[in-house]
Structures are given as C-alpha cells and as structure tokens.
Design a protein around this ligand. Structure first.
Ligand SMILES: [Zn+2]
Length: 241
C-alpha cells in the first residue's frame, strides 16, 4: 500500500511548501481516487504483506489544520467521495487560529476518521529530554483518548524526525503504528514504522503519477544498492540508533 501525507489545503495562494490548493488535491484524487482505502482497512491489512493490495492508497493529514474538517471531511468524507483518512493532531495547537477545535476532532472521530497523535507542541522529538519526550507522547495520547473515548495508537513523528530512542518510547507507552515521511511503500524498515510520501506544492501531477505507479522509483541510490545486498534494514538501524 501507499500512504500519502498532506497538511493544509487552501482555495488559493499556498502559504508554504506543504500547503496545497484544493485544485491540486482534486488532481491527486483524479489519479488515485479509485485506489483509496479507509484507515480501518489499511490498519487491518497493513501488517500482512500478501493480503495488502500493493496499489491501495491511504490519505493522512498532519498538524490538525481546519481544512481537515472544513474541506476533507465536510466535502469528501460526508459525501462518500473518499473512504476516510487519518488525522494527526499536535494537541497544543487544538483550537488555535487555522486549526481544528476539540468539537471538530470529536466529530471526525465519531465519523470514522482515524485520529492519531502528533505530539503536544510539534517539536523535534530527537532533540528533547527523556522527560519531555515522555510528556509529548503520553499527555497527547491521554488527552486525545479522553476526548474521543477510544484508544489512540497511531503516532506521526513531528517533522518526520525520529530515532531508536523515540520509537522505543512511543511503543512503550502504547502506540502501535508510527508514521514517518519516508518514500516507498507503506512498510518501513521496522514492522511498526510506516512510510508516507509528504506532498509539497512543487510536486506536479507527473511526479504524483510516477509515485503511484512505483513509490520506490524516487528512492535514492543508497536504498537501491543496500536493498539489493539485503543490508537496508541494518543500515537504517545504524542511522537511527
Ligand atoms: Zn507536523
């Protein structure tokens, strides 16, 4: 399967590289709409190499932007145009300008949108103390769980930054699926890591089309060689130790 990662969607004039226009999102859906799977279906099949459809596509959105609710949910989920998505929330941002309120997040949760944690203050977790890391992981988890009335086991690393210390802490406090922003198919180099293509507004439809045909095609020479030699996992373990 292929997991895509979006941030804010706007009508026009994106304010940064990770902000896409509604038209760009529509162009992506035109390419992969038929292949979209719900987060529930993704979670059911993601661990099984054989059962998971290679061409299936999962949509994920990070940072709790208002457009998760006003655009993706209101215009696409409620009308059945997409089968749901994952939304990763940095809890300190809830209710601030341009971000969703708790009521909106609760409504998404009730409607089957899979809500995950994106930490508290959107900090690089590889740079914080053990105490701060624990707080980022556990307080965000319990605040989301209290609001949603359900377990929160999905986590996306802020800025996609992680290390062995970070993933071990996340697993220890009860997260089961940890989302990165690596290229390629959904399975990361560890069974609990999930790769996602992070979309920026300089990636045109051609790039997207290529990614949907073969998400590994854009990966670098080092990945190609180390995979061929069966050393990729070892190399990544060294890199992220
Ligand atoms: Zn983020």
């Amino acid at each position: 399967m292929i997991a895509l990662n979006y941030h804010e969607l706007v009508e026009a004039t994106p304010s940064n590289a990770w902000c896409l226009t509604h038209a760009a999102f529509d162009a992506h859906l035109a390419l992969c709409g038929e292949r979209l799977v719900s987060p529930q279906s993704f979670l059911e099949h993601c661990a099984d190499r054989k059962a998971s459809r290679t061409d299936a596509v999962l949509l994920t959105f990070d940072d709790g932007f208002l457009s998760d609710y006003t655009h993706v949910y209101a215009r696409y989920v409620t009308t059945g145009r997409i089968p749901g998505f994952m939304s990763f929330i940095p809890v300190d941002f809830v209710g601030s300008p341009g971000r969703m309120s708790w009521e909106m997040i609760e409504e998404l949760g009730r409607a089957g949108v899979a809500i995950g944690s994106h930490g508290m203050a959107h900090v690089d977790l590889t740079k914080v103390s053990d105490v701060e890391l624990y707080r980022e992981l556990t307080v965000s988890k319990s605040m989301l769980e209290n609001r949603l009335g359900q377990q929160v086991t999905l986590f996306a690393f802020p800025y996609g930054r992680f290390s062995r210390r970070v993933w071990e802490a996340a697993l220890k406090v009860g997260y089961t699926h940890l989302f990165t922003i690596h290229l390629g198919y959904h399975r990361g180099f560890e069974s609990f890591l999930y790769s996602r293509l992070c979309l920026t507004n300089n990636m045109d439809a051609k790039y997207m089309r290529q990614h949907l045909i073969d998400p590994d095609a854009m990966r670098g020479f080092a990945w190609r060689i180390s995979t061929k030699l069966g050393l990729y996992r070892q190399l990544m373990r060294l890199r992220y130790r």
